[in-house]
Design a protein around this ligand. Structure first.
Ligand code: ME8
Length: 523
């Protein structure tokens, strides 16, 4: 299989349905959505996958607590994820559930193949288990009865199980990463993975006896066992493409290798277990694993016991999808931890969205209508670049390149630099002064055209981030782009021959400290 498919195949983790989604899930999925939409804007074929991880002890225990059979329980939680993605206008091309037959079959085939190759063997297991992380640990990993990763208590387990010969592939993985340091990002995470790989990798226990965990995919060669949830879950990244082709092999080779966005909590499973599993299956490793940081709330870890879990549905209902998406990606650097506070969110909405962007659009559109009531503000004829075009040419390509590099906050900061420049242009060129002098009507038309064209390009570049807002701007400017913006067709300055804008309601109403919308009069 070639390791250069023309497709941009992008995934989020598949989330456990042991509880309803929270802001962390929304963060990863919005980031992936922006990346997927940007690659589409660039005209690339994109396949964007998200989904749910429905097996394993954790999900099974939640179902037990609710007195429900696991399938019934996960079927009840699932709509909460689907509804959230709809509210956040996530543009995934498929949604995988690990209970789907296409996935179950794919996992069983992979297990049979690995057994045939001698990569799976039966052995005795004695060690520690961290239930919240669904991970085994050895005596040397565990200190004072706590999981080395999440610091929660582990339990002692002794049973016969099936093992995957992970250690066999360690040298290959080390040389792969030495040759491709760009495959795990940011760099600090790459270093972490290389550090982890300095110790010998044990073999991975990939089964659970059904007597202990009855909820999972049975091993095809040992039906009294189910597949370890991580082994099952990681395979979703290939079982889905396999289910889409005329044959599984063609489906997979069309999309693979993929790009995975994950949280830093699941770096080792993705950057160590997964490429090794792929290697054992004779498939190329992922193109990129990007591990982002953690959201805290008002400086504290988010947890149910603290009662500070941020509900993304509530945020979208109060502030709308675009303000929520903007805040998630603007507030912190992707890759670093970031803190949530309502105050910071409201500040961003008032300052960046309502003032900088919303006011600019309202002012420019209102002036265009006032000074050119018949519309038809033409593209200026003159030679050479005027200032707005020069700024657009300097800043806007950077918005795209930073997004493609997953530097979302810098991409947005750069776009807002351009918005700031347009605001300064309004003040400096003062169209209302030009309008008083009939001999300067051509200059007035030129300034307004440049501002409107600048705003249109802001909307084009906002499309991946704030799709609804971009559409509203296109509507107000009465120009093409809506829903189908492409950088080749719509990304150049001067692409629109003339403007007849139709002002509408403000893009983002201002909010008071409680988040309530301020009425026009109090504004
Ligand atoms: O780990 N800040 O599922 P999960 C930022 N099923 N991101 C956060 C976060 C926070 N506070 N909390 C969660 C699983 N996330 C497995 C994955 S993939 C083959 C199997 C995000 O429901 C982040 O992306 O626990 C993290 O990696 C993911 O949710 C964990 O989701």
């Amino acid at each position: 299989m070639s390791d250069r498919s023309p497709w941009f195949y992008l995934t989020t983790p598949i989330y456990y349905v042991n509880d309803i989604p929270h802001i962390g899930h929304a963060y990863t999925t919005v980031a992936a959505d922006v990346l997927a939409r940007t690659h589409r804007l660039l005209g690339e074929p994109v396949f964007f996958l998200t989904g749910t991880d429905e097996h394993g002890q954790k999900v099974w225990q939640s179902a037990e607590r609710h007195g429900l059979p696991p399938q019934v329980y996960v079927d009840r939680i699932l709509p909460r994820f689907r509804e959230l993605w709809e509210k956040l206008v996530i543009s995934n091309d498929d949604f995988v559930r690990t209970t789907q037959p296409r996935h179950v079959e794919g996992v069983r085939e992979a297990l049979s193949l690995l057994l045939e190759k001698g990569d799976i063997y039966e052995g005795a297991y004695e060690g520690w288990y961290c239930l919240p992380d669904e991970r085994f640990w050895t005596d040397k990993d565990v200190e004072e009865g706590l999981c080395p990763e999440c610091r929660r208590p582990v339990e002692r387990i002794s049973e016969t199980n099936y093992f995957f010969r992970m250690g066999r592939y360690q040298d290959w993985l080390v040389s792969h990463y030495e040759a491709h340091p760009e495959a795990v990002r940011p760099e600090s995470r790459y270093n972490e993975v290389m550090g982890f790989l300095r110790k010998p990798l044990g073999d991975l226990c990939i089964s659970r006896p059904k007597s202990r965990v009855p909820w999972g995919i049975p091993l095809p060669f040992a039906p009294d066992y189910v597949t370890y949830v991580w082994f099952d879950a990681l395979l979703n990244y290939i079982t889905v493409p396999r289910s889409l082709g005329p044959t599984p092999e063609e489906g997979l080779s069309r999309l693979w290798p993929g790009t995975h966005i994950v949280g830093k909590d699941i770096l080792t499973t993705h950057a160590v277990y997964w490429p090794i599993l792929l290697r054992a299956l004779e498939l190329p490793p992922p193109r990129l694993i990007f591990a982002h940081g953690w959201w805290t709330v008002d400086g504290q870890k988010m947890s149910k016991s603290r009662g500070n879990v941020v509900d993304p549905v509530g945020l979208v209902e109060t502030f709308g999808p675009d303000a929520t998406r903007y805040f998630l990606l603007r507030e912190g650097q992707f890759g670093q931890d970031v803190d949530f506070s309502r105050e910071a969110l409201i500040n961003r909405i008032n300052r960046d969205l309502a003032n900088d962007l919303g006011n600019l659009l309202s002012r420019v559109a209102a002036m265009a209508v006032k000074f050119f009531p018949e519309g038809g503000i033409p593209r200026p004829a003159g030679e050479g670049m005027r200032e707005v075009e020069t700024f657009a040419a300097r800043l806007l390509p950077e918005v795209v390149s930073r997004t493609v590099a997953l530097e979302f906050h810098r991409a947005l900061a750069t776009l807002w630099e351009f918005v700031g420049f347009l605001n300064r242009t309004v003040d400096a060129r003062a169209p209302w002064v030009l309008a008083r002098d009939p001999s300067r009507s051509q200059e007035l038309a030129e300034v307004l055209y440049d501002l409107l064209e600048g705003l249109r390009l802001v909307a084009v570049h906002l499309t991946p981030y704030l799709p609804g807002t971009a559409d509203r701007i296109f509507e107000i400017l009465d120009c093409p782009g809506t829903g189908t913006a492409s950088l080749t067709a719509h990304g150049t300055f001067g692409a629109v021959a003339s403007y007849t804008p139709r002002p509408g309601a403000p893009l983002f109403p201002r909010r008071d400290a409680s988040g309530a919308v301020l009425s026009e009069e109090t504004d």
